[in-house]
Design a protein around this ligand. Structure first.
Ligand code: I6G
Length: 677
């Protein structure tokens, strides 16, 4: 084996430091320092050097996160300091009791300062570092003995293999939570479901399952993260005075700590922190099941000590559970706008995720088969964040004898047309088209929705009444409604009837893309509707285009082209479009729209500082006039708007003879198009 030269050894060291730093910026700070391609080049260079000179490999090398032959041993590990559990508070009163106990023990009436930290829904782990190098990672286990999971923990990119900074102690133990962020969990479950494999019930389960893998190569493919929540030092005199400072130290060593963490003095402030975190719960990228309050002063923590297995200086106040058990009482089938027939579980009402849930989607028949869900089954229902409730698991042990298998009906439950399932598609559909009142209602709902023609006041309740009374069969009928048709209906006063008629009236002249979107063609969302409108210019051109012509539009592939063609080939859709025209609906073709977009086809550049508006405002104004706003000047630039201290872009524009406007000229120009600064 050739020996590595000093240059090679030094380059390898430099690469390790660079890659470790980039990992830290990417996984801990969420702020990439270099583009992925640059990172990949550095990583490959280090891999090649280490392959050529194996004796230069170090255990903390970023290439060694997944050891080539390492297996997680799960050997028993005795915790040097027991990993205790936390007491729980299930109400504000219990939190106030805790605070009172703390104050009584400390014989004080002063407010106590607490650190408030989200309680991540994951698994507690203990990580040991010797001379700054990760030497052992263990699960909590029973608090006294855990399992060695070092090889698996090493694969988690936010766990430092080597501590950063200069004041790294000889021996330190960092504890924290390993968890799976929501998006990673959803992607993992989708991958498993697509392969017909068993999915995980929740992110905590997925994190536990991933850490329990024998092969670290499997764990490495799971999107796990780690967040530190405490530090223990062999030499306690090295600890700072507070828990807060301890966590700042842990952060400086290269760990992720929770950005939502804050201090609060007294029980009222803690309860406020609880409420605020609860409000944020659904929007956090990971799941939390509560908030932990810890006395900040380590001296006071020592004074308070422990009772049985829990510290007296900390408590977890729990949030409402996101999973509960309930029973599927029935399964009904709902029909959507495109005829998709979706099974919905009618549940014994259960309080979950902060609300009472009595329905949960079962998605499709494949999902019912995968879950093996039957009517009468006891199931796990999960409602996390704003996501609609889901049945995530069946407790087969509790299945009653008379549990019924769910069958896809042959006929639509609303219009009795045949239900068809095209081979290869998971979704079953009602073949009734707009004959089906359910599809009609959904089509009208979509047409009137905010992103489509935005008919204010035409909500579900009115759509149900109008369709059920056969006052409206298609969207075109909306324009034939008279105030007198509405005033007779229950709870419809003169005023609201008038408002609804006015709102319908105001929707008569939509821009073309909104009208296309409003038609509700399968898989034609806003972006595709815009692309179709600007490519073809008129509805007639779109409705006459063959699939090949449709596919020349960006983002329109064979499937979407097929949906567009079959929409316009259906006589009832053509009839509805003609009826809309006859009722006075006149969508604007792109040429008409173009008249309102005098800068269409032009490219403008903004440079320097504008004093009367932000860059984003200026950009939005230019785009509303049809211009494209670019970042650099070329011969093709139509005009440069130069604010204060404009630099090289202005010089370049002048040298190329491109038109330049100062801010005042730009404001005057906008005014000629009735746009205020
Ligand atoms: O299980 C835990 C989760 C989060 C904890 C914990 C924590 O702090 C944010 N803190 C302690 C002290 C313990 N368990 C024992």
């Amino acid at each position: 084996m050739t020996k590595a030269s000093p240059d090679v050894i030094s380059r390898a060291g430099e690469l390790r430091d660079l890659i470790t730093e980039h990992n830290y910026q990417y996984y801990v700070l969420d702020d990439p320092g270099v583009p992925d391609a640059e990172y990949d080049r550095l990583f490959r260079e280090l891999q090649e050097l280490e392959a050529q000179y194996p004796d230069i490999v170090t255990p903390d090398s970023p290439t060694r996160r997944v050891g080539a032959s390492a297996e997680t041993t799960f050997e028993e590990v005795v915790h040097r300091i027991p990993m205790l559990s936390l007491d729980n508070a299930f109400s504000d009163e219990e939190l106030r009791d805790f605070d009172r106990r703390v104050k009584d023990r400390l014989k004080t009436t002063d407010d106590i300062e607490y650190v408030c930290e989200p309680k991540l829904d994951g698994l507690a782990v203990s990580l040991h570092y010797e001379s700054g190098i990760l030497t052992r990672a263990a699960t909590r286990g029973d608090g006294y003995t855990g399992e060695d999971i070092t090889a698996n923990i090493r694969t988690i990119p936010s766990v430092p293999l080597k501590l950063r900074g200069t004041n790294v102690p000889e021996l330190v133990e960092v504890r924290g939570e390993v968890y799976m962020p929501r998006d990673g969990f959803e992607a993992l479950n989708k991958r498993l479901a697509d392969r017909g494999e068993k999915t995980f019930v929740n992110p905590r389960n997925a994190a536990a399952g991933s850490l329990r893998q024998k092969k670290p190569t499997v764990t490495a493919r799971r999107p796990l993260e780690m967040c530190a929540y405490s530090v223990a030092l062999e030499d306690e005199s090295l600890l700072p005075a507070t828990h807060w400072e301890g966590l700042q130290q842990v952060k400086d060593w290269g760990f992720r700590i929770n950005p939502e963490m804050r201090k609060a003095s007294g029980a009222d402030a803690c309860l406020q922190a609880y409420d605020e975190l609860m409000d944020k719960r659904a929007s956090l990228p990971y799941e939390i099941d509560g908030i932990v309050f810890k006395v900040n002063s380590l001296a006071l923590q020592r004074q308070l000590g422990f009772v049985s297995r829990a510290p007296r200086w900390a408590i977890a106040q729990k949030f409402p559970a996101q999973e509960e058990l309930t029973v599927i009482e029935d399964v009904e089938f709902q029909v959507g706008r495109t005829g998709a027939v979706t099974p919905v579980a009618r549940l014994k009402p259960v309080f979950v995720g902060g609300v009472t849930v009595s329905n949960a989607t079962l998605h499709n028949m494949d999902e019912i088969r995968r879950l093996d869900a039957r009517i009468g089954d006891t199931v796990f229902v999960r409602r996390a964040g704003d996501v609609i409730p889901q049945v995530v698991k069946v407790v087969t042990e509790r299945r009653p004898e008379n549990a019924r298998v769910v069958e896809l009906p042959d006929a639509c439950p609303v219009c009795q047309s045949d239900i068809v399932q095209i081979e290869g598609e998971v979704v079953a559909r009602c073949s009734g088209g707009l004959f089906c009142p359910a599809q009609r209602k959904e089509a009208i709902r979509h047409y009137a929705s905010r992103k489509a023609l935005d008919i204010e006041g035409l909500g579900d309740k009115w759509i149900d009444i109008l369709v059920d009374r056969e006052l409206v069969n298609t969207v075109a009928d909306l324009y034939l409604l008279k105030k007198a048709d509405l005033t007779g209906l229950e709870r419809m006063g003169e005023k609201s009837a008038g408002n609804l008629i006015d709102a319908i009236d105001r929707s008569r002249n939509p821009v073309l893309w909104k009208f296309i979107y409003a038609l509700g063609i399968r898989e034609v969302g806003e972006a595709t509707a815009k692309a179709l409108a600007s490519h073809f210019g008129t509805l007639e051109a779109i409705s006459e285009a063959d699939e090949e012509a449709l596919q020349s539009v960006p983002d329109v592939g064979p499937i979407v082209a097929g949906h567009i063609r079959s929409f316009f080939d259906q006589p009832h859709n053509q009839e509805t479009i003609q009826a809309l025209k006859a009722a006075g609906v006149q969508w604007q073709s792109e040429e008409i729209t173009a008249a309102e977009k005098p800068l269409k086809g032009e490219t403008w550049v903004l440079t320097g500082t504008l004093s009367d508006m932000t860059r984003d405002d200026a950009k939005a104004k230019l785009e509303s006039l049809g211009a494209k706003v670019a970042g650099s000047v070329s011969k093709k630039t139509s005009c440069v708007v130069a604010g204060e201290a404009a630099g090289s872009k202005l010089t370049k524009a002048e040298s190329l003879g491109v038109q330049v406007m100062d801010e005042q000229a730009f404001i005057d120009f906008l005014a000629t198009h009735n746009i205020e600064p």
